[in-house]
Ligand binder design. Structure first.
Ligand SMILES: [Zn+2]
Ligand SMILES: [Zn+2]
Length: 321
């Protein structure tokens, strides 16, 4: 298969249980139980359609917080705006909400070879963190992964807030997900405007952008194309099926242009309505498989894109369509 005449699908998954949400409102434990089931079902789908993806883990999922003394270093971080509350591992919460070391075995015991990346150790929001805290968090993430024999290369910033890239490079990371390739994601606009514009995108079934990797601060940046949105929080009012039709349009655009369609989401979000979201998502994967079979699409992890780009073998077309 020639990569020259085909595009690529990249999927990255922000995998975190309560870590992404513990300080944003009430915690609903059943959603986190459902998240484990969603992860299993996603892994089954990825095997069925032979789709390797990047699992960006909050690596504290792998640590019980306390069995080794150095595990405690993350409790000393300077308080930041989104960190006014104690970390989940410091609160009186069931460990089921923040600890799941088995997730690694689930991901490893599959047919396809997934990329395991980091979504920080404690979901530290980098643009609110001091450099020292960012460094401490990332070094902990790398150390915990190493304990499990994993060499982290791919990184996803919590809330996509990009900062302290030098810290990542020093820690051996090679690639991160950039903000979605949309004008309104690149500028700091008031949140209601961004939300209204994202909503309009869904409502009008706008074809998502395709992207290409580029070097930024010594790392490969792969911007996002589309978030596979949950069906709550207002998104249920967008046309039924718009997510999968937009994703399919994005895949077709990637196949047509030789660029990357980068789809991402949090498995946690699927737990709100797993059947509908998994069915919609499977439609997208089945379409990707058909494009692969036609020789028009490759499926790559973020790590694969970094390897291709750094070795000069990335030959996606640069034309804007
Ligand atoms: Zn902890
Ligand atoms: Zn997150």
């Amino acid at each position: 298969m020639s990569r020259k005449s085909s595009g690529a699908l990249v999927i990255s998954l922000d995998t975190e249980l309560v870590w992404g949400m513990y300080n944003t409102g009430p915690i609903s434990p059943e959603r986190y139980a459902g998240t484990r089931d969603v992860v299993h079902k996603l892994l089954d789908l990825f095997d069925k359609y032979q789709i390797p993806v990047t699992w960006a883990l909050v690596t504290h999922l792998l640590s019980d917080c306390g069995s080794e003394p150095e595990d405690r270093s993350h409790l000393q971080y300077t308080k930041q705006d989104s960190r006014k509350m104690d970390l989940p591992c410091q609160q009186e919460l069931s460990p089921d909400l923040w600890h799941e070391p088995e997730v690694l075995n689930w991901i490893k015991n599959t047919e396809v070879d997934h990329d395991i990346g980091s979504h920080t150790h404690t979901h530290l929001v980098f643009n609110e963190a001091t450099r020292e805290d960012a460094r401490s968090d990332v070094e902990r993430s790398v150390a915990v992964a190493e304990r499990y024999g994993i060499d982290l290369k791919s990184f996803v910033f919590p809330r996509n807030r990009i900062d302290h890239r030098g810290v990542l490079k020093d820690a051996g990371f090679e690639v991160y997900r950039g903000v979605d390739s949309r004008w309104y994601e690149k500028y700091r606009l008031p949140a209601p405007i961004v939300k209204a514009t994202r909503f309009a995108d869904e409502a009008t079934q706008w074809t998502p952008p395709t992207v290409v990797p580029r070097m930024e601060s010594g790392l490969v940046e792969v911007p996002g194309s589309q978030v596979f949105r949950p069906v709550h929080g207002g998104w249920q009012y967008t046309p039924k099926g718009s997510q999968q039709s937009r994703a399919i349009a994005g895949l077709n655009r990637a196949a047509r242009t030789g660029r990357i369609f980068h789809l991402w989401f949090h498995p946690f979000n699927f737990a709100s309505n797993p059947e509908q979201l998994l069915t919609a998502f499977e439609t997208v994967l089945a379409h990707a498989e058909s494009l692969v079979q036609q020789g028009r699409l490759n499926v790559l992890t973020m790590r694969n894109v970094a390897d291709l780009h750094k070795s000069g073998r990335w030959d996606g077309w640069e034309t804007e369509v």
